[in-house]
Design a protein around this ligand. Structure first.
Ligand code: SAM
Length: 265
């Protein structure tokens, strides 16, 4: 476990719900739900790994409740503050939560038939070891669905440009205070394929979210009075964005990899 990453997320917990209410995050939430919906409908025991304050866990529980039948939905996160917020926000939804580290999952083998993990895998200290754990607690025939930030994202260069004062300030801080050990690693599509191969029978990786990341987030996605403008841009470009992100060539330039990997039956 990385102590500095843990401290970061413990501190971020109280602001996380507000951060996720920004237009580009609302759009991401919708894309993730659309991709997961068929997997969720077919699953009985679901784990949301690195669940944060439970934004997806609540949707998973709501979807399964609407569907009816027996099921379990569990959110695990290594941050006690995130888990406290998730419990407080959960209301009467049929979900449980617990502190759990992806590097040593507190579940017996073959516990789940679906594990979802959105952007959390970028923070795991060793994704290879975390995938061993994910594979261990997944049943035969189970699925792993993740969104993972792409090291090959093209819009990152646009972001470096318009956020250059912020990055320069960060660099100065790092020089003065010493290197931060906050852990976030980005992956290329090839790196992910290599990590997943051998563990899963089928692996599908497509892109997710491309056009909106070229729009300067500050101020459009940060300042609430401008949210309608950002939402308008996202709404006007979403069909093209969807097509580009799913395209085998252009999708490699997207912000996220959308991974769907299935275990052999
Ligand atoms: C970017 S947030 C994403 C939260 C949530 N999945 C979402 O999409 O809203 C990353 C989350 O992963 C959690 N996390 C990071 N490293 C972890 C680890 N080793 N084990 C479990 N959770 C971890 C953090 O505490 C944080 O809540």
């Amino acid at each position: 476990m990385n102590e500095e990453t843990l401290r970061f997320y413990n501190l971020q917990a109280k602001n996380y719900t507000a951060l996720r209410a920004r237009p580009i995050q609302v759009y991401t939430d919708r894309l993730e739900r659309e991709a997961m919906a068929p997997l969720v409908a077919a699953a009985t025991n679901i784990l949301d790994l690195g669940c944060g304050e439970g934004r997806l866990t609540r949707w998973l529980a709501q979807s399964k409740r609407d569907q009816g039948g027996d099921f379990t939905v569990h959110g695990a996160d290594f941050s006690p503050e995130m888990i406290a917020h998730a419990r407080a926000l959960n209301g009467d939804l049929p979900a449980t939560y617990g502190v759990g580290d992806a590097m040593a999952l507190p579940f017996p083998d073959n516990s789940f038939d679906l594990i979802v993990s959105c952007t959390a895998p970028n923070n795991f200290p060793d994704l290879n070891a975390a995938l061993d754990e994910i594979r261990r607690v997944l049943r035969p025939g189970g699925a792993f669905c993740a969104t993972i930030i792409n090291s090959g994202e093209t819009a990152r260069f646009a972001r470096y440009l318009y956020y250059s004062p912020y990055y320069l300030a960060k660099l100065a801080q790092r020089i003065v205070k010493g290197a931060s050990s906050y852990h976030r690693v980005l992956f290329s599509r090839e790196e992910l394929e290599a990590l997943l191969r051998g563990r899963f029978k089928t692996i599908e990786i497509s892109g997710m979210r491309l056009i909106p990341d070229f729009v300067p987030e500050f101020p459009l996605n940060i300042w609430p009075p401008l949210f309608p403008v950002m939402s308008g841009v996202i709404g006007a470009t979403q069909s093209l964005d969807h097509w580009l992100a799913k395209h085998p060539k252009f999708g490699r330039h997207a912000r996220f990899h959308l991974v769907i990997a299935r275990v052999a039956k």
